[in-house]
Design a binder for this molecule. Structure first.
Ligand code: ADP
Ligand code: MG
Length: 718
């Protein structure tokens, strides 16, 4: 057996299993060996319905024989309820605030339910269980894997599974592989001395411990090792890319303090201390002789554009080397056309007095400011004309969408690239920019996505970080109210008073996490529709209510949005995934339903949508759970100073697993465990830096080199 053998050569697989494995990213023997348990538990957690007791956390399989929507009588909470039956008995399952689930169960499917057994009066029911349709019921779950060893303290690994490949399937097949000599033929990519230094088990040991731990500490040590390994390799990749970038020549921009002050004094506001500090940092980088790689993190509204404009000014005020006239050039990339246009407008204001050309390039057209005819106005020009002026340096500032980094766009002296709101501007794209000229531009990435510092140090491991942790003074802050189930009506009354005043309201429906993203979209759409209907019928009868969700065609979405900004709609019910209301200043209220399903940082971002007005803004956070823990967590929203603080809280309160690392950042659950541990992240960084900056070290670590090449991680170690 070899680690690269395709899995279907080793084991007999059905077509569905093959597909399922592929979806889990498993193709070779090695892949399955590195498919780690997500937790350890008892195999007895699957139960017969007749065996359920109050307080049990259990999985039951059964057939739905009735499903309907209803209302909890006192608080009129919409809910779904279903009766589920297995060979031994039946039980009710209830989903509060998720009435749409009844629809999903209409055709009486077989289901797997996972949740807590709760008692009301004499009856047991499952409260808000996770529900998943299944094709078959497990036949033999009662004779557990370890039925022969009662009482033994065995940690049973539970694997991320898929319909046709269960956790048990993984367990058996991995055990089979572990019995071969495959482990002896794996090379540990982490050098011994690093393992010793941080007390990490060797790869072989760790693989055994993670799949069949004898005690909890074994499993923990193994997970720590693989967490370190993942972060270490990400760091090798990012830091390696940075080192390569820094080998390029760069433009030296030595801005005079007086000139900068002259530029910033034209702003109709005082820069915050945080903005001034960020500007100073960037100007220092410009003088360093190395191309800058920096990330500017700041909440929405913290004033990132002013930092971008001021530093852009420093660049365009500098003539190219050896010249007395002309300007170095700046490219400013925004993720959407709307944002690019907004920046174009701001820059026209900021640079108006300087008599320089500013260009705009998007998929739908090109503009230049000032127009020859009316010098107060921008004018539409052909793409060819714009590209010509950019290439010969007559347009020193070019703003745009992704259109900006196409091959056809060449600059004469591109010295500074600013990227707005881009999670990750790939190494490849960066290289493209660097190639355009023989000298590499300084790079500033800007983001409002609040993530914890450890995560930033990892995924942005190639960038220096600067935080804008201060909001401009005098900004009206939002009033956030955490509303329990019982106080809903009071909240609705307050909202009505504002609607009467002419304000508008967003209602965000909970995100539904489904293993299958297409299904998730459908469920989200359903919950939006149901909630809009309920609000119209029971709460806001006199107001126009519109809906927007990801299953609507973009044209329809836009039509609804424009109805909302034109105030033909008062209330917009939307899913959390929809980027609603780029700018509807009159929408001053937002309700977030099912808030317990969101991270604090996400809730913070959602409420940022109503911060665009001179009117007082309100955010109502409706939790579907009144538990003390959930309420305490949500209260942090009222106190926190910024999103970054909240993201740190998320990490401590909910754990890394809740941050959906894989989906958002490409980091596995195990890797995310490291993100909780600043020491581990720092260790991985230190070691990666040490290895990459020491040629001798590299020669020593042959298997590390081989491994890195195998991962094809875009890392060139030499
Ligand atoms: P973001 O960080 O979200 O990109 P913007 O740069 O768009 O924020 O700034 C939001 C608003 O705040 C803009 O209207 C801008 O003019 C204003 N602004 C920026 N800095 C300050 C400041 N120091 N004081 C007052 N208003 C400011
Ligand atoms: Mg911005």
């Amino acid at each position: 057996m070899d680690q690269n053998t395709p899995i279907e050569k080793e084991f007999r697989l059905t077509a569905t299993q093959k597909k399922a494995l592929k979806r889990l990213g498993i193709e070779t023997t090695r892949d399955i060996l590195f498919h780690f348990p997500s937790r350890y538990g008892s195999p007895l957690s699957i139960k017969h319905i007749a065996d359920l007791k109050e307080g049990d956390e259990a999985i039951v399989y059964g057939k739905v024989f009735s499903a309907k929507t209803s209302k909890a009588y006192r608080q009129r909470i919409p809910l779904a309820e279903a009766m589920v039956q297995d060979d031994t008995g039946k039980i009710k399952a209830v989903w509060f605030h998720q009435a749409y689930i009844a629809k999903m169960l209409e055709d009486k499917p077989l289901v797997k339910l996972k949740g807590k057994v709760t008692k009301r009066g004499a009856y047991l029911y499952l409260a808000n269980p996770e529900v998943e349709k299944t094709k078959t019921l497990p036949i033999d779950f009662a004779d557990s894997l370890f039925a022969g060893k009662p009482g033994e303290d065995f940690l049973y690994p539970i694997y991320p599974e898929s319909h046709s490949v269960t956790s048990r399937w993984f367990y058996h097949h991995i055990q089979t592989i572990l019995k071969t000599d495959i482990l002896d033929r794996l090379d540990d990519p982490i050098p011994d001395e690093i393992l010793k230094k941080y007390h990490l088990p060797a790869q072989k040991t760790a693989l055994i411990w993670i799949h069949s731990p004898k005690k909890e500490s074994d499993a923990a040590a193994a997970r720590k090792r693989f967490a370190f390994e993942e972060i270490f390799f990400i760091q090798l990749g990012r830091i390696g890319a940075r080192m390569r970038y820094e080998k390029n020549r760069s433009f030296t921009v030595d801005a005079k303090n007086n000139d900068i002050a002259d530029f910033t004094k034209r702003f109709n506001f005082e820069l915050t201390a945080a903005q001034n500090k960020a500007i100073d940092r960037i100007l220092d980088d410009f003088r360093s002789g190395k191309p800058m790689l920096r990330l500017l993190e700041g909440d929405v509204g913290s004033g990132k554009t002013a930092v971008a404009a001021t530093t852009a000014y420093a660049v365009i005020a500098t003539p190219p080397k050896g010249q007395k006239f002309g300007n170095l050039q700046v490219a400013y990339m925004a993720p959407t056309e709307i944002l690019a246009k907004q920046h174009f407008k701001s820059f026209i204001e900021y640079f108006d007095h300087l008599n320089i050309n500013i260009g705009l390039i998007t998929g739908s057209g090109c503009y230049k400011y000032p127009s020859k005819i009316n010098t107060e106005q921008p004018t539409s020009i052909s793409r060819a004309q714009l590209l010509k002026w950019v290439a010969n340096g007559e347009i020193p500032i070019l703003i745009g969408t992704h259109a900006l980094i196409q091959k056809s766009v060449t600059f004469k002296h591109l010295a500074y690239v600013i990227i707005d709101e881009q999670h990750r501007f790939g190494t490849k794209q960066r290289m493209m920019l660097a190639k355009k000229d023989s000298t590499a531009p300084h790079l500033l990435s800007m983001t409002a996505t609040p993530i914890p510092r450890t995560l930033a140090l990892t995924i942005y491991g190639d960038l220096d970080l600067t935080l804008l942790d201060e909001m401009p003074r005098g900004r009206k802050s939002i009033i956030t109210k955490i509303t329990s189930l019982a106080k809903r009506d009071a909240a609705y009354a307050e909202i009505k008073a504002e609607l009467v005043n002419g304000r508008q309201l967003y209602v965000i429906c909970p995100r539904i996490e489904e293993p299958d993203p297409t299904k998730e979209l459908a469920l989200n759409a359903k919950s939006v529709k149901a909630e809009a209907k309920r609000l119209k019928k029971d709460v806001f009868k006199d107001y126009e209510i519109g809906i927007v969700h990801g299953k609507m065609p973009p044209k329809e979405q836009q039509a609804v949005m424009s109805d909302f900004s034109g105030k033909r709609i008062d209330i917009l019910v939307a899913t959390s995934v929809i980027e609603v209301g780029v700018n509807v200043p009159n929408a001053t209220m937002i309700i977030i339903e099912g808030a317990e399903r969101f991270g604090l940082a996400q809730l913070h971002q959602l409420r940022g949508r109503v911060l665009r007005s001179e009117h007082q803004a309100y955010c109502y956070v409706f939790s579907g759970s009144d538990s003390e823990k959930s309420m305490t967590r949500l209260k942090a929203l009222v106190q926190a100073k910024n999103g970054f603080e909240l993201s740190e809280l998320d990490l401590t309160l909910r754990g890394a697993g809740a941050m959906s690392g894989k989906k958002q950042w490409g980091i596995t659950d195990i890797g995310m465990e490291a993100i909780r541990n600043i020491k581990l992240v720092e260790a991985a960084r230190t070691e990666a830096e040490r290895i990459l900056s020491d040629d001798q070290a590299l020669k020593k670590y042959q298997s590390l080199k081989t491994y890195v090449t195998m991962l094809d991680n875009n890392i060139h170690l030499e």
